[in-house]
Write a protein that binds this ligand. Structure first.
Ligand code: AMP
Ligand code: ZN
Ligand code: FE
Ligand code: FE
Length: 272
């Protein structure tokens, strides 16, 4: 059986809209056989998903999405198969979640400076106990009637280079890659087609990533072939997933469409 594996999705523990159970129910209905929940800076869903694995009839791979900085750019790295109880990893994640709150406060201050009266409380209400991010800010603005569309908020205010944009706490890709490796996992460059130039991609490869996320909704068939070629050239692993956030951003039908096979997942396992 080929199986269908999706190694990229988010829950309410970061900027997704579904609980772990809800997400797994959707995943099963979409015909997936194995998933990895890759919340931003948060591993809370891993334990929950492993506990539900048997009941749901779904394989679960521990996963996380970390951010790192290359020059001006915010690049995303996906970690898999690491020890999610590794204390330095947990310390790192909790530090970065706190820094995300500070960044959300800075963004709100900038928005206030632009005469948009958003309150940080409205943002934190959106985030709940999860890692706060810009999607929560966009949704808080919509909820408070301060913006007309989710996309417009990024285009006008909080997208890269826009007036209320704020960087995250800066870490180098090497720091993030080494942390995942120390926790016994492998790391992948997430969605390189999403505004990552060749030079940055090469730098991440030099810094020691294990693989490239080749399959992603933002990648055209040409991009998929391109990244597959680069992975082959540098003996890197390949992965893929839907980056499903629960349907808030018109991503409601992504599950089951961006997958790799169980055999391809075994190739990743063998690298461990
Ligand atoms: P953050 O982790 O706070 O930087 O937020 C990153 C998330 O915001 C990404 O995972 C996307 O879901 C979303 N995002 C980033 N840029 C855009 C954009 N231009 N339009 C819509 N969503 C975006
Ligand atoms: Zn996200
Ligand atoms: Fe990402
Ligand atoms: Fe993601």
């Amino acid at each position: 059986m080929a199986g269908k594996v999706d190694l990229h999705m988010h829950t309410i523990h970061s900027d997704g809209t579904l609980t772990t159970r809800e997400l797994m129910e959707r995943a099963r209905k979409a015909g997936l056989t194995t998933i990895s929940i890759t919340d931003h800076d948060n591993t809370t869903a891993i334990r929950e998903a492993l506990d539900l694995s048997e009941e749901m009839g779904l394989g679960v791979v521990p996963g996380v999405e970390l951010s790192a900085s290359v020059g001006e750019y915010d690049v995303h790295l996906l970690g898999y198969f690491f020890d999610y109880t590794h204390p330095p990893l947990l310390d790192y994640l909790s530090f970065h979640r706190q820094e995300r709150v500070k960044r959300a406060e800075r963004i709100v201050e900038k928005l206030n400076g632009l005469n948009i009266p958003l309150r940080i409380e409205a943002v934190m209400e959106q985030a709940g106990n999860g890692a706060v991010g810009r999607p929560h800010i966009a949704n808080a603005l919509l909820e408070e009637g301060l913006a007309d569309s989710y996309q417009e908020v990024f285009l006008k205010y909080i997208g890269f280079g826009k007036p209320a944009y704020e960087k995250k706490y800066q870490v180098t890709p090497r720091e993030a890659i080494e942390l995942i490796a120390e926790a016994g996992g492998v790391s992948f460059i997430a969605h390189p087609g999403n505004a990552l130039d060749e030079e940055t991609l090469n730098e991440l490869i030099r810094e020691g990533v294990d693989g490239i996320e080749v399959i992603h909704p933002s990648h055209s068939p040409e991009r998929v072939a391109h990244y597959k070629g680069i992975a082959d050239e540098y003996f890197l692993l390949t992965s893929g997933g839907s980056d499903f956030h629960g349907g808030r951003k018109n991503d409601g039908d992504l599950l089951g469409k961006y997958t790799i096979s169980e055999e391809e997942l075994d190739v990743i396992r063998r690298r461990l």
